[in-house]
Design a protein around this ligand. Structure first.
Ligand code: FES
Length: 152
């Protein structure tokens, strides 16, 4: 069973480590979920390359493991972004250029470590355009300032 507080920092994919985690938990009832949680916790996501290893250890088909992996939203299937920018798209921020800012940020951040999401009013309308960057509220933003804050 998954133990809170036992999570290590995400690590690069390691097939031997995946097999070791799976072998260590395979005796549990319903071992697939604890194994997928352990892999998700260890690597920050469940890489597609882990599926055949887990299937082999549990004597399941790849399709069975893949089915469980994709059914539950708890499991990330790609590395988590290192920074999250939640940019306000509500009226006051729109009036101050949030739509253009959002488009520029999406272009600048595509495929990188910064995820840009839309939110609707952060209660910081007087300092629009506003955003939460890694959970901290900022205002009067432009692209350069957002990228600087998200990379620090
Ligand atoms: S409309 Fe953007 S913070 Fe309120």
């Amino acid at each position: 069973m998954r133990k809170p507080g036992k999570t290590l920092a995400p690590a690069p994919f390691d097939a031997d480590e995946v097999r070791r985690l799976a072998e260590g938990l395979k005796a549990l009832d319903g071992a697939l979920l604890p194994i997928l949680h352990a892999i998700n916790d260890r690597f920050g996501h469940v890489d597609e390359r882990a599926v055949p290893i887990v299937a082999d250890v549990l004597n399941l088909t790849r399709a069975e493991v893949h089915g469980v992996l994709t059914f539950y939203h708890d499991f990330r299937r790609a590395p988590a972004p290192r920074h999250v920018v939640r940019l306000c798209r509500a009226e006051a921020c729109q009036a101050m250029g949030a739509d253009a800012l959002h488009a520029e940020l999406e272009k600048a951040c595509r495929g990188g470590p910064v995820l840009v999401e839309a939110v609707y009013c952060l209660g910081n309308c007087a300092l629009s355009p506003a955003a939460l960057i890694d959970g901290k509220l900022y205002g009067r933003l432009d692209v350069a300032k957002v990228l600087e804050l998200a990379r620090t």
